[in-house]
Design a protein around this ligand. Structure first.
Ligand SMILES: [Zn+2]
Length: 143
């Protein structure tokens, strides 16, 4: 009457392509910074620009994306719009990421394979210009 060890605990099968899209969405450093900061509470665009030192266009672009993705909601109040995380599960996701990183140290940040895949065109945001994480190279076309 023992359960097979292969029968994992009751974890649902992730829909892999959707999960990959979610993680890809969070892989942009500016977008991740916004999500992490919004976990601290509601902010207006101008607050986020101020607190994170990002350009307003960057903040607005990423907030629009995060809203489209259903990860962020906006609440109008007078002339202001207050942004917050729409899903409490995102707190768990950030906490889980922190725990994984605490356990694995710098190995993720040093992994050349991860950085190589992050440089592929498919990882770019759907709209707008390439993010700061994907600087365009102008020189060194020798190869
Ligand atoms: Zn803040």
């Amino acid at each position: 009457m023992t359960m097979s060890r292969a029968a994992h605990v009751a974890l649902p099968d992730l829909e892999l392509s959707a999960a990959a899209s979610l993680f890809r969405g969070l892989s942009d450093p500016s977008r991740l910074a916004l999500v992490q900061h919004l976990a601290r509470g509601e902010h207006r665009v101008m607050d986020l620009v101020d607190h994170l030192g990002l350009a307003q266009s960057t903040v607005s672009e990423h907030l629009a994306c995060l809203r489209d993705c259903g990860l962020v909601t906006v609440r109008p109040e007078g002339r202001s719009s207050w942004y917050s995380l729409s899903r409490p599960e995102l707190f768990d996701l950030l906490a889980a990421a922190e725990a994984v990183l605490a356990a694995t140290g710098e190995r993720v940040t040093l992994c050349p394979a991860i950085h190589a895949s992050a440089a592929t065109p498919s990882s770019r945001p759907a709209r707008g210009r390439p993010s700061v994480s994907a600087p365009r190279r102008r020189r060194g076309r020798a190869e």
